[in-house]
Design a protein around this ligand. Structure first.
Ligand SMILES: Cc1cc2nc3c(=O)[nH]c(=O)nc-3n(C[C@H](O)[C@H](O)[C@H](O)COP(=O)(O)OP(=O)(O)OC[C@H]3O[C@@H](n4cnc5c(N)ncnc54)[C@H](O)[C@@H]3O)c2cc1C
Length: 374
């Protein structure tokens, strides 16, 4: 029997496992349902094209937290990369998040930053009288109807499978925002950005490579025999499943990514493109050969492209909808968790944390747990 059991071999579980095994004498068992480590940020080499790719969709590290960046770069060499996501709108590729290029596309003319601000402010002002209690009302109040219709409504509906009027405003606040300047990339606020040289496995797999860490792949901890432990169990998988859905299931949305090898001339010219018009069968596509961790590949006649669409399918991701009902239900599950002797953490307990925040939370939890395990 191990001192600690960690359920989930994603980023959170593995950062925590590494910290506990290296900072105290505890033995740690990591139980992972899939047959690979890494959870959603897992990457691997595509057999046919030799391209490094994230099967669940492109993952880029972007952080301003010095502890997180120091932790990452002390374990793996990072390739510097300023990520840009483009929206395919009216036959053009417009960089996101919403900035001067998007405003010019919505208003159909060249604008200075001041003119762009004036135009958006004028159109958004009437919507500021309503309470900003949903994606729709917050987006209209911040960016006005033209940008909302062109960039927000179709994309949010396709990705979340819900009317923007039924989604909590945080979905817009976390994912969109607006600037009146030319684009400075997808993460303009991040101090450091990059990709692990050689893929996420070069970061992820060594974390579990410790004599006191034992990994069980392909094991669902909810199935008997349940893992036993001497001191502590930490669960990073969905919180409602852990409590047998006793308060009801959190409402989830499924996405999947279907990977295809295309002729190079049919492929997109930038790494990630979104399709906000709502008319496309997929709402985002990924071309990982264009990411700098694949630069050594040079030109090829074929290109790997991942098409991300709603619903179940290969490389499926299930995530909890941030609706007002779910926010309330998640808070009730958090109360159950607080009264439990099992610690719940990671993606199973949150609506969305990026990898930087995931690492930061795992390091902080380790700081709290290490003294109790010494
Ligand atoms: C589409 C998408 C794109 C993203 N892009 C980025 C990005 O570009 N940059 C960024 O910083 N972040 C990004 N993120 C966020 C990033 O994926 C998360 O921050 C990170 O993966 C969270 O790690 P985790 O370990 O908490 O969760 P997960 O990666 O979900 O790991 C949880 C693990 O638990 C396992 N598990 C589940 N149930 C069981 C069970 N019953 N028994 C045993 N094991 C179980 C799962 O298989 C999984 O391996 C993205 C997320 C999504 C959904």
């Amino acid at each position: 029997m191990h001192d600690v059991v960690i359920v989930g071999g994603g980023l959170f579980g593995l950062v925590l496992a590494e910290q506990l095994a290296t900072r105290c004498p505890a033995s740690v068992m990591v139980v992972e349902r899939e047959h690979h480590l890494g959870g959603l940020c897992w990457s691997r080499r595509h057999a046919e094209t030799g391209v490094e790719y994230n099967p669940y969709g492109t993952h880029v590290v972007a952080t301003s937290d010095p502890r997180v960046w120091e932790w990452i770069t002390s374990r793996v060499r990072m390739v510097a990369y300023e990520h840009t996501v483009h929206a395919a709108v009216a036959g053009r590729l417009i960089p996101l998040p919403l900035g001067l290029e998007a405003i010019e596309a919505a208003y159909g003319r060249k604008l200075s930053p001041e003119q762009a601000r004036d135009a958006v402010e004028r159109d958004a002002a009437p919507y500021r009288r309503a309470p900003a209690d949903s994606v729709r009302t917050l987006a209209l109040a911040q960016v006005g109807p033209r940008l909302y219709e062109m960039f927000v409504r179709g994309y949010v509906t396709a990705q979340w499978g819900a009317d923007p009027a039924d989604l909590a405003p945080e979905v817009f606040a976390e994912r969109f925002g607006i600037s009146y300047r030319p684009s400075r990339g997808y993460h303009p606020e991040a101090q450091w950005q990059g990709l692990p040289c050689g893929g996420y496995s070069t970061l992820i797999e060594p974390l579990a490579d410790h004599p006191r860490i034992e990994v069980h792949l392909g094991r669902n901890y909810l199935n008997p025999p349940r893992p036993r432990y001497r001191q502590l169990m930490i669960v990073t998988s969905p919180i409602d499943a852990h409590f047998q859905h006793q308060l009801g299931p959190l409402q989830r949305r499924s996405l999947h990514v279907h990977w295809r090898v295309l002729d190079a001339e049919d492929a997109q010219s930038t790494p990630v493109v979104t399709y906000p018009d709502g008319a496309s069968p997929y709402y985002r596509s990924h071309a990982p050969a264009l990411l700098p961790w694949n630069c050594a590949h040079g030109k090829s006649a074929t290109v790997l492209v991942g098409f991300e669409a709603a619903g179940p399918g290969p490389n499926q991701i299930d995530f909890v909808l941030r609706s007002p009902q779910n926010v309330e239900l998640a808070a009730k599950y958090a109360q159950l968790a607080a009264a439990s002797n099992v610690l719940l953490a990671g993606r199973g307990t949150t609506f969305y944390d990026d990898m930087g925040h995931t690492i930061e939370r795992a390091l902080t939890l380790a700081d709290r747990l290490v003294p109790t395990l010494l």
